[in-house]
Design a protein around this ligand. Structure first.
Ligand code: A2P
Length: 342
Protein backbone atom coordinates (compact mmCIF):
# COMPACT_ATOMS: atom_id res chain seq x y z
CA UNK A 1 0.00 0.00 0.00
CA UNK A 2 1.34 3.41 -0.90
CA UNK A 3 1.43 6.27 1.57
CA UNK A 4 -1.70 8.41 2.00
CA UNK A 5 -1.88 11.77 0.24
CA UNK A 6 -3.79 13.47 3.06
CA UNK A 7 -3.71 12.53 6.74
CA UNK A 8 -6.54 10.29 7.91
CA UNK A 9 -9.45 12.38 9.22
CA UNK A 10 -13.19 11.95 9.67
CA UNK A 11 -13.84 14.68 7.11
CA UNK A 12 -11.94 17.14 4.92
CA UNK A 13 -12.17 20.85 4.12
CA UNK A 14 -13.20 21.21 0.49
CA UNK A 15 -13.19 24.26 -1.80
CA UNK A 16 -15.11 24.34 -5.09
CA UNK A 17 -13.81 27.12 -7.35
CA UNK A 18 -16.40 27.93 -10.02
CA UNK A 19 -19.16 26.69 -7.70
CA UNK A 20 -21.83 28.70 -9.54
CA UNK A 21 -20.96 27.21 -12.96
CA UNK A 22 -22.33 24.17 -14.80
CA UNK A 23 -19.48 21.88 -13.73
CA UNK A 24 -19.05 23.42 -10.26
CA UNK A 25 -22.71 22.86 -9.39
CA UNK A 26 -22.45 19.26 -10.55
CA UNK A 27 -19.30 18.82 -8.45
CA UNK A 28 -21.32 19.84 -5.38
CA UNK A 29 -24.15 17.45 -6.33
CA UNK A 30 -21.71 14.56 -6.80
CA UNK A 31 -19.89 15.27 -3.51
CA UNK A 32 -23.31 14.99 -1.84
CA UNK A 33 -24.44 11.93 -3.78
CA UNK A 34 -21.22 10.01 -3.07
CA UNK A 35 -21.23 11.16 0.59
CA UNK A 36 -17.75 12.61 0.31
CA UNK A 37 -16.68 13.36 3.91
CA UNK A 38 -16.84 17.17 3.87
CA UNK A 39 -16.02 18.96 7.14
CA UNK A 40 -16.25 22.54 5.86
CA UNK A 41 -17.17 23.65 2.34
CA UNK A 42 -16.15 26.86 0.57
CA UNK A 43 -18.06 27.62 -2.63
CA UNK A 44 -15.89 30.13 -4.50
CA UNK A 45 -16.46 32.10 -7.70
CA UNK A 46 -15.77 35.57 -9.09
CA UNK A 47 -16.80 38.86 -7.49
CA UNK A 48 -19.90 38.72 -9.76
CA UNK A 49 -21.53 36.00 -7.66
CA UNK A 50 -19.72 36.46 -4.32
CA UNK A 51 -22.29 36.83 -1.54
CA UNK A 52 -24.93 34.61 -3.17
CA UNK A 53 -25.90 31.41 -1.35
CA UNK A 54 -25.52 27.76 -2.27
CA UNK A 55 -27.14 24.78 -0.54
CA UNK A 56 -25.01 21.75 0.24
CA UNK A 57 -25.90 18.78 2.47
CA UNK A 58 -28.95 20.69 3.78
CA UNK A 59 -26.87 23.70 4.82
CA UNK A 60 -26.41 27.10 3.20
CA UNK A 61 -22.98 28.42 2.27
CA UNK A 62 -22.08 31.91 1.08
CA UNK A 63 -20.16 32.09 -2.21
CA UNK A 64 -16.75 33.72 -1.68
CA UNK A 65 -14.65 35.79 -4.06
CA UNK A 66 -11.61 33.88 -5.31
CA UNK A 67 -9.45 37.02 -5.34
CA UNK A 68 -9.74 37.33 -1.56
CA UNK A 69 -9.94 33.65 -0.63
CA UNK A 70 -7.26 32.36 1.74
CA UNK A 71 -6.51 28.68 0.95
CA UNK A 72 -4.67 27.97 4.22
CA UNK A 73 -6.31 25.14 6.17
CA UNK A 74 -8.18 23.72 3.18
CA UNK A 75 -7.40 20.14 2.08
CA UNK A 76 -8.77 19.84 -1.46
CA UNK A 77 -9.85 22.41 -4.06
CA UNK A 78 -11.85 21.39 -7.12
CA UNK A 79 -11.28 24.07 -9.77
CA UNK A 80 -13.62 24.61 -12.73
CA UNK A 81 -13.44 28.31 -13.52
CA UNK A 82 -11.42 28.42 -16.74
CA UNK A 83 -7.73 28.09 -17.61
CA UNK A 84 -6.72 31.67 -16.82
CA UNK A 85 -8.22 31.42 -13.33
CA UNK A 86 -6.41 28.13 -12.70
CA UNK A 87 -3.08 29.49 -13.89
CA UNK A 88 -3.44 32.53 -11.66
CA UNK A 89 -4.71 30.81 -8.50
CA UNK A 90 -3.96 27.06 -8.39
CA UNK A 91 -0.28 27.57 -7.44
CA UNK A 92 -1.13 29.63 -4.35
CA UNK A 93 -3.58 26.91 -3.21
CA UNK A 94 -0.93 24.20 -3.76
CA UNK A 95 1.70 26.28 -1.94
CA UNK A 96 -0.69 26.58 1.02
CA UNK A 97 -0.82 22.76 1.23
CA UNK A 98 -4.14 22.29 -0.54
CA UNK A 99 -4.44 19.65 -3.31
CA UNK A 100 -5.88 21.22 -6.47
CA UNK A 101 -7.89 19.09 -8.91
CA UNK A 102 -8.15 21.31 -11.95
CA UNK A 103 -10.76 20.84 -14.67
CA UNK A 104 -9.22 23.36 -17.08
CA UNK A 105 -6.62 22.59 -19.74
CA UNK A 106 -4.06 24.88 -18.07
CA UNK A 107 -1.83 22.19 -16.50
CA UNK A 108 -2.75 19.01 -18.35
CA UNK A 109 0.28 18.69 -20.61
CA UNK A 110 2.89 19.88 -18.10
CA UNK A 111 5.29 16.92 -17.90
CA UNK A 112 5.34 16.86 -14.08
CA UNK A 113 1.57 17.29 -13.62
CA UNK A 114 -0.59 14.19 -13.09
CA UNK A 115 -3.38 13.81 -15.68
CA UNK A 116 -5.66 11.21 -14.18
CA UNK A 117 -8.66 9.06 -15.04
CA UNK A 118 -9.04 6.78 -12.01
CA UNK A 119 -10.16 3.71 -14.00
CA UNK A 120 -7.30 4.14 -16.48
CA UNK A 121 -4.06 5.46 -14.91
CA UNK A 122 -4.51 5.74 -11.12
CA UNK A 123 -0.74 5.40 -10.57
CA UNK A 124 -0.12 8.73 -12.31
CA UNK A 125 -1.50 10.41 -9.18
CA UNK A 126 1.87 9.73 -7.48
CA UNK A 127 3.28 12.72 -9.41
CA UNK A 128 0.99 15.03 -7.43
CA UNK A 129 2.88 14.44 -4.18
CA UNK A 130 5.45 17.03 -5.24
CA UNK A 131 3.37 19.83 -6.76
CA UNK A 132 -0.16 19.14 -5.39
CA UNK A 133 -1.78 19.97 -8.74
CA UNK A 134 -3.74 17.25 -10.54
CA UNK A 135 -5.27 17.86 -13.95
CA UNK A 136 -8.68 16.50 -14.89
CA UNK A 137 -8.56 15.56 -18.59
CA UNK A 138 -10.72 16.99 -21.37
CA UNK A 139 -14.29 15.64 -21.32
CA UNK A 140 -14.03 13.93 -24.72
CA UNK A 141 -10.69 12.37 -23.78
CA UNK A 142 -12.00 10.90 -20.51
CA UNK A 143 -14.86 8.90 -22.02
CA UNK A 144 -12.66 7.69 -24.87
CA UNK A 145 -9.79 6.43 -22.70
CA UNK A 146 -12.21 4.70 -20.31
CA UNK A 147 -13.53 2.73 -23.31
CA UNK A 148 -10.11 2.08 -24.87
CA UNK A 149 -8.11 1.03 -21.80
CA UNK A 150 -9.68 -2.43 -21.24
CA UNK A 151 -9.13 -3.26 -24.93
CA UNK A 152 -5.56 -1.90 -24.93
CA UNK A 153 -4.79 -4.17 -21.95
CA UNK A 154 -5.71 -7.23 -24.06
CA UNK A 155 -4.36 -6.27 -27.49
CA UNK A 156 -2.23 -3.10 -27.72
CA UNK A 157 -3.80 -0.25 -29.67
CA UNK A 158 -1.75 1.27 -32.51
CA UNK A 159 -4.04 3.96 -33.92
CA UNK A 160 -7.29 5.75 -33.08
CA UNK A 161 -9.46 7.79 -35.46
CA UNK A 162 -12.23 9.62 -33.58
CA UNK A 163 -15.02 12.03 -34.51
CA UNK A 164 -17.02 13.62 -31.71
CA UNK A 165 -20.56 14.96 -31.38
CA UNK A 166 -20.25 17.27 -28.37
CA UNK A 167 -22.98 18.80 -26.23
CA UNK A 168 -23.22 22.54 -25.61
CA UNK A 169 -22.81 22.09 -21.83
CA UNK A 170 -19.13 21.54 -22.62
CA UNK A 171 -19.04 25.33 -23.05
CA UNK A 172 -20.62 25.84 -19.61
CA UNK A 173 -23.89 27.44 -18.58
CA UNK A 174 -23.53 30.11 -21.25
CA UNK A 175 -23.36 27.44 -23.97
CA UNK A 176 -26.63 25.92 -22.81
CA UNK A 177 -28.25 29.35 -22.62
CA UNK A 178 -27.20 30.07 -26.21
CA UNK A 179 -28.72 26.86 -27.61
CA UNK A 180 -31.97 27.45 -25.70
CA UNK A 181 -32.20 31.09 -26.75
CA UNK A 182 -31.37 30.47 -30.41
CA UNK A 183 -33.87 27.60 -30.63
CA UNK A 184 -36.64 29.76 -29.17
CA UNK A 185 -35.68 32.68 -31.44
CA UNK A 186 -35.74 30.59 -34.62
CA UNK A 187 -39.03 28.91 -33.70
CA UNK A 188 -40.47 32.39 -33.22
CA UNK A 189 -39.14 33.57 -36.60
CA UNK A 190 -36.61 35.86 -34.92
CA UNK A 191 -32.94 36.27 -35.87
CA UNK A 192 -30.62 34.00 -33.82
CA UNK A 193 -27.50 35.80 -32.57
CA UNK A 194 -24.29 33.82 -31.85
CA UNK A 195 -22.14 34.89 -28.97
CA UNK A 196 -20.61 31.79 -27.35
CA UNK A 197 -20.21 29.50 -30.39
CA UNK A 198 -18.47 30.50 -33.64
CA UNK A 199 -21.67 29.93 -35.65
CA UNK A 200 -25.37 29.31 -34.98
CA UNK A 201 -25.64 26.09 -32.94
CA UNK A 202 -29.44 25.68 -33.01
CA UNK A 203 -30.46 23.35 -35.89
CA UNK A 204 -26.81 23.16 -36.96
CA UNK A 205 -23.54 21.22 -36.50
CA UNK A 206 -20.22 23.09 -36.06
CA UNK A 207 -16.89 21.33 -36.85
CA UNK A 208 -14.98 23.81 -34.71
CA UNK A 209 -14.39 23.61 -30.92
CA UNK A 210 -11.80 25.91 -29.32
CA UNK A 211 -9.34 27.79 -31.54
CA UNK A 212 -7.68 26.70 -34.79
CA UNK A 213 -3.96 26.05 -34.80
CA UNK A 214 -1.42 26.39 -37.62
CA UNK A 215 -1.75 22.74 -38.70
CA UNK A 216 -5.50 23.05 -39.33
CA UNK A 217 -6.53 21.12 -36.21
CA UNK A 218 -8.46 22.80 -33.43
CA UNK A 219 -7.15 22.96 -29.88
CA UNK A 220 -9.94 20.62 -28.74
CA UNK A 221 -8.75 18.05 -31.29
CA UNK A 222 -5.15 18.54 -30.20
CA UNK A 223 -6.20 18.03 -26.54
CA UNK A 224 -7.80 14.66 -27.37
CA UNK A 225 -4.75 13.58 -29.37
CA UNK A 226 -2.12 14.62 -26.80
CA UNK A 227 -4.00 13.74 -23.62
CA UNK A 228 -4.89 10.23 -24.84
CA UNK A 229 -1.21 9.53 -25.37
CA UNK A 230 -0.23 10.96 -21.99
CA UNK A 231 -2.91 8.98 -20.13
CA UNK A 232 -2.99 5.71 -22.04
CA UNK A 233 0.20 5.16 -24.03
CA UNK A 234 2.54 7.50 -25.92
CA UNK A 235 2.91 4.85 -28.64
CA UNK A 236 -0.70 5.23 -29.81
CA UNK A 237 -1.29 7.58 -32.75
CA UNK A 238 -4.52 9.53 -32.58
CA UNK A 239 -6.36 11.79 -35.01
CA UNK A 240 -9.56 13.60 -34.04
CA UNK A 241 -12.34 15.74 -35.51
CA UNK A 242 -14.34 17.47 -32.78
CA UNK A 243 -17.81 18.75 -33.57
CA UNK A 244 -20.39 20.71 -31.57
CA UNK A 245 -23.99 19.52 -31.94
CA UNK A 246 -27.26 20.96 -30.58
CA UNK A 247 -27.50 18.58 -27.61
CA UNK A 248 -27.59 19.89 -24.04
CA UNK A 249 -25.87 17.06 -22.14
CA UNK A 250 -23.84 14.07 -23.35
CA UNK A 251 -20.92 13.78 -25.75
CA UNK A 252 -20.95 11.00 -28.39
CA UNK A 253 -17.93 9.64 -30.23
CA UNK A 254 -17.49 7.49 -33.31
CA UNK A 255 -14.17 5.70 -32.78
CA UNK A 256 -12.17 3.54 -35.16
CA UNK A 257 -9.46 1.58 -33.33
CA UNK A 258 -6.59 -0.28 -34.95
CA UNK A 259 -4.81 -2.88 -32.81
CA UNK A 260 -1.44 -4.60 -33.13
CA UNK A 261 -3.33 -7.82 -33.94
CA UNK A 262 -7.00 -8.60 -34.61
CA UNK A 263 -9.47 -8.11 -31.76
CA UNK A 264 -12.89 -9.26 -32.97
CA UNK A 265 -15.86 -7.06 -32.04
CA UNK A 266 -17.47 -9.99 -30.25
CA UNK A 267 -14.45 -10.38 -27.97
CA UNK A 268 -14.24 -6.59 -27.43
CA UNK A 269 -17.89 -6.60 -26.36
CA UNK A 270 -17.13 -9.26 -23.73
CA UNK A 271 -14.10 -7.36 -22.43
CA UNK A 272 -16.01 -4.07 -22.17
CA UNK A 273 -19.00 -5.74 -20.47
CA UNK A 274 -16.67 -6.69 -17.58
CA UNK A 275 -14.86 -3.33 -17.38
CA UNK A 276 -15.16 -0.81 -14.55
CA UNK A 277 -17.32 2.25 -15.27
CA UNK A 278 -18.60 0.95 -18.62
CA UNK A 279 -22.08 -0.09 -19.66
CA UNK A 280 -22.42 -1.93 -23.00
CA UNK A 281 -25.69 -1.39 -24.89
CA UNK A 282 -25.25 -3.09 -28.22
CA UNK A 283 -28.22 -4.87 -29.74
CA UNK A 284 -28.63 -4.06 -33.44
CA UNK A 285 -31.59 -6.45 -33.77
CA UNK A 286 -33.39 -4.69 -30.93
CA UNK A 287 -32.23 -1.34 -32.33
CA UNK A 288 -30.60 -0.60 -29.01
CA UNK A 289 -27.50 1.62 -28.76
CA UNK A 290 -26.25 4.39 -26.45
CA UNK A 291 -27.53 7.93 -26.92
CA UNK A 292 -26.94 11.17 -24.99
CA UNK A 293 -30.65 11.33 -24.10
CA UNK A 294 -30.12 8.22 -21.99
CA UNK A 295 -26.51 8.71 -20.89
CA UNK A 296 -27.20 12.21 -19.49
CA UNK A 297 -27.44 12.18 -15.70
CA UNK A 298 -25.62 8.81 -15.40
CA UNK A 299 -22.09 7.99 -14.32
CA UNK A 300 -21.30 5.33 -16.94
CA UNK A 301 -19.38 5.47 -20.17
CA UNK A 302 -21.83 3.79 -22.57
CA UNK A 303 -20.48 1.70 -25.46
CA UNK A 304 -22.34 0.25 -28.45
CA UNK A 305 -22.35 -0.24 -32.23
CA UNK A 306 -19.28 -2.49 -31.84
CA UNK A 307 -18.41 -4.03 -35.20
CA UNK A 308 -15.45 -5.41 -37.12
CA UNK A 309 -14.06 -2.95 -39.64
CA UNK A 310 -14.09 -4.67 -43.05
CA UNK A 311 -11.52 -2.15 -44.34
CA UNK A 312 -8.75 -3.40 -42.01
CA UNK A 313 -8.18 -6.81 -40.36
CA UNK A 314 -6.92 -5.30 -37.06
CA UNK A 315 -9.57 -2.58 -36.68
CA UNK A 316 -12.95 -2.22 -35.10
CA UNK A 317 -15.54 0.48 -34.94
CA UNK A 318 -17.39 1.65 -31.82
CA UNK A 319 -19.75 4.33 -30.51
CA UNK A 320 -19.11 5.82 -27.06
CA UNK A 321 -21.42 8.16 -25.13
CA UNK A 322 -21.12 9.75 -21.67
CA UNK A 323 -22.46 12.66 -19.65
CA UNK A 324 -19.73 15.23 -20.34
CA UNK A 325 -20.46 17.25 -17.22
CA UNK A 326 -20.44 14.18 -14.93
CA UNK A 327 -17.86 11.56 -16.04
CA UNK A 328 -16.33 14.08 -18.44
CA UNK A 329 -15.68 16.60 -15.66
CA UNK A 330 -17.25 16.71 -12.19
CA UNK A 331 -17.44 12.99 -11.42
CA UNK A 332 -13.88 12.33 -12.58
CA UNK A 333 -12.66 15.19 -10.35
CA UNK A 334 -14.54 13.83 -7.31
CA UNK A 335 -13.18 10.32 -8.00
CA UNK A 336 -9.66 11.81 -7.90
CA UNK A 337 -10.53 13.54 -4.60
CA UNK A 338 -11.64 10.14 -3.28
CA UNK A 339 -8.24 8.71 -4.18
CA UNK A 340 -6.55 11.54 -2.25
CA UNK A 341 -8.34 10.65 1.00
CA UNK A 342 -8.09 6.86 0.64
P1 A2P B 1 -19.28 33.57 -11.61
O1 A2P B 1 -20.64 32.97 -11.36
O2 A2P B 1 -18.88 34.49 -10.51
O3 A2P B 1 -19.12 34.17 -12.99
P2 A2P B 1 -19.58 28.13 -16.56
O4 A2P B 1 -18.48 27.23 -17.04
O5 A2P B 1 -20.88 27.44 -16.35
O6 A2P B 1 -19.69 29.35 -17.43
O7 A2P B 1 -19.12 28.66 -15.11
C1 A2P B 1 -17.89 29.28 -14.88
C2 A2P B 1 -17.61 29.33 -13.39
O8 A2P B 1 -16.32 29.90 -13.18
C3 A2P B 1 -18.59 30.19 -12.61
O9 A2P B 1 -18.75 29.68 -11.32
C4 A2P B 1 -17.85 31.53 -12.57
O10 A2P B 1 -18.23 32.35 -11.48
C5 A2P B 1 -16.44 31.04 -12.36
N1 A2P B 1 -15.46 32.05 -12.76
C6 A2P B 1 -15.28 32.59 -13.99
N2 A2P B 1 -14.28 33.49 -13.97
C7 A2P B 1 -13.81 33.51 -12.71
C8 A2P B 1 -12.76 34.25 -12.04
N3 A2P B 1 -12.01 35.12 -12.68
N4 A2P B 1 -12.59 34.01 -10.72
C9 A2P B 1 -13.35 33.13 -10.05
N5 A2P B 1 -14.34 32.41 -10.63
C10 A2P B 1 -14.56 32.60 -11.93
Amino acid sequence: MSERFLPEKDAYNVVVVGATGAVGRTMLEILEERRFPVADLAPVASSRSAGTRIAFNSKEYVVQDLEHFDPRGWDIALFSAGGGTSLAHAPRFADAGCYVIDNSSAWRMEPDVALVVPEVNPDALEMARRNRIIANPNCSTIQMVVALKPLHDVVPIRRVVVSTYQAVSGAGGKGMDELARQTADLLNARQAESDVFPARIAFNVIPHIDVFMDDGYTKEERKMMDETRKILDPNISVTATTVRVPVFYGHSESINVTFEAPLPAEKAREILAEAEGICVVDDPKGEDYPMPSEAAGTDYVWVGRLRDDPSHPNSLQMWVVADNVRKGAALNAVQIAEMLIR
